[in-house]
Design a protein around this ligand. Sequence first.
Ligand SMILES: Nc1ncnc2c1ncn2[C@@H]1O[C@H](COP(=O)(O)OP(=O)(O)O)[C@@H](O)[C@H]1O
Ligand SMILES: [Mg+2]
Length: 586
Amino acid sequence: MERRRAPDPRSGRGSPPVALEVDTVNRRLAFGFEPLVRGYRETRQFGRILVRLRPYLKPHYRRLGLAMASTIGFTIVTLLEPWPLQILFDTVLLKRKLRVHVPGLDLHFLSQLAPHTVLVTSVSAVLLLALLRGQFYYLQSVLAATAGQDVVMSMRRELFAQFQRLSLSFHRRAHAGDLLMRLTGDILLLREMVVNAIINIMSHALVVTGMIVVMLRMDASLTLVAVGLAPVLFLCLLSFRVRLVEAAHRQRKREGVLASTAHEVLQGIQIVQANTAEHYENQRFKEMNRRSLRASLNSARLEAQLNRVVLVLIAAGLGSVLWLGAERVLAGRLSPGQLLVFLAYVQSFYKPLRTLSKMTERMAKATACGTRVLEVLESVPEIHDLPHAVVPQRVEGRITLRGVGMSYGEGPPVLRDVTLDIAPGEKVALVGPTGAGKSTLLALVPRFYDPTEGEILLDGVPIRSIRLRFLRRQISFLTQDATILGDPVRDNIAYGAIDREGAPPSAIEIELAARAARAHEFIQELSQGYDTVVGERGATLSGGQRQRIAIARALLRRAPVLLLDEPMTGLDPISERDVLEAIENL
Ligand SMILES: Nc1ncnc2c1ncn2[C@@H]1O[C@H](COP(=O)(O)OP(=O)(O)O)[C@@H](O)[C@H]1O
Ligand SMILES: [Mg+2]
């Protein structure tokens, strides 16, 4: 098991879930609060992720600060938007005294202006405000997006490097597809959270607060009526959100099943066609497709239901403000223009609320994604350098095993008390049936795994105390499943010397290695010789050809220690003799 530095977020002090502590009599009530409790827990985890992301955000503080400033500008302009209308109504159309009180600003001169001037000014103000609002919105979005992209890029780099650092035991347990998801999808959603969500939440919360303050100054009790429905609406949105998220999860899960089935069929297309299973696979696919469709319809239905509720609630709010407000205007306690401002606010008041509740949904998703990314970033590679790892001057290549025992995880022992001494230049063959532990023993030497008992020494130095990178440079390792990259043959062989200091291997060096591995003949017969690009994972080569390229790669490495894991797999008897000869000649 990889050790974790950070505690598992699911087992923190936040659990057990608070709702469970409420007794059964109150279950109904508890359900009503459940979204809030969940929201609270998510917010805390969100905060934790933000703290962890600080180093990535730091270079962008200036940009994020500007984005925040634009957000504030956006808020102010949004609040100002209905005012020209009020001024126009009250002073020009109804010829009343202006009732706007801006502290430190005398606006009464507006009543003295010619009506036409006020009209022109108001209309220009409407246009100007719209322009400003657009500009602020643009700035806010672009600045945030730029910072976000950058954060994603640096996180992605670190995640990729971490994948390569993590030990084989981690990768054997993890699913490659899942890790790839974290590198692509999860990180993108995280950016969404870090930048868009924060900026959006900030700006909408500001707008809502600002509107409430302005409305309170105009008419306190009317404000209470207007705002009274907001908590109801918000609770309603939150409880719908829980169901929406669940529906979305179900939908994505079904789509995942669909995708992986299709992937399996494509990968095993030969088996499908050889067994004439096309009809069966089509039927299976059809059923899954139908289920996925049902799930997405369910989501759409929920969304529509929510919309219906929201529209009714907003109408109720507007209706009550209209009713009470009109009465106030008739009683002369409010000007018609002010009522207009009120109505405009109430109408646009509910939109930020909706956005905020949508944001909480995105935040929930992004928090989950962030947790997945951090899980990898905070894993400590099981095999790493000791604090005072040594780098020996010269390596002869003597390998000593002292009472080595090995078991994978909690499994039964694979090796027990193996003692072995291999002198430099000595060739040793390990012979045993399949599953005897030959590959396991070889994997212990470059420290792909550490033995559970005993120790291994290189030239008398315990390999645990040698710097890992140096140790692996001394070893040329041919794995059992010859891994070939989808690159030109030449690059595939040169990969063995990719970490070598000095000049990269010359064409002659590569050819010599290929000749020694009995690969030269068939490489020459490929369409472009050494420059032929082989298919992904060497799919366009035969097993024996792949094996010989891998041998050439191992030979080119020219390390003092050469480990070959079943190098003859897939070779015909004649090539086998040739390769054996090549190894003898090393
Ligand atoms: N990554 C692993 N996790 C758990 N068990 C493993 C792993 N790799 C190999 N084993 C087990 O260890 C035993 C020895 O495997 P291996 O060393 O590959 O044998 P050989 O190379 O001699 O055929 C087998 O029983 C195998 O099931
Ligand atoms: Mg093996």
